[in-house]
Design a protein around this ligand. Structure first.
Ligand SMILES: [Zn+2]
Length: 82
């Protein structure tokens, strides 16, 4: 029996910066209007961003994702190396 890889991503978008109550804009993934915003301020549904990252983890996506953890471990290593 062939194995099946399942990737589930859940983003914590409880930060108020992920919601723009003033206006709905077309989601950058599915173009349906949304008031949600990604970490770079672009209109994006949370579920679309989660799907995008899951596809990226599976190697089939072209996500424009940003690591929201601050600071990222790799960044810290670079700072030490300087
Ligand atoms: Zn969407």
């Amino acid at each position: 029996m062939a194995g099946q890889l399942v990737v589930r991503v859940h983003l914590d978008w409880t930060d108020p910066g992920h919601y723009d109550a003033s206006r709905a804009l077309p989601c950058r993934c599915c173009t349906t209007p949304t008031k949600m915003r990604d970490s770079q301020g672009a209109a994006c549904h949370q579920s679309c961003a989660e799907d995008e990252i899951a596809r990226e983890l599976l190697g089939s996506g072209r996500a424009r994702i940003a690591d929201e953890r601050v600071p990222a471990p790799a960044q810290r290593l670079q700072e030490v190396a300087r």
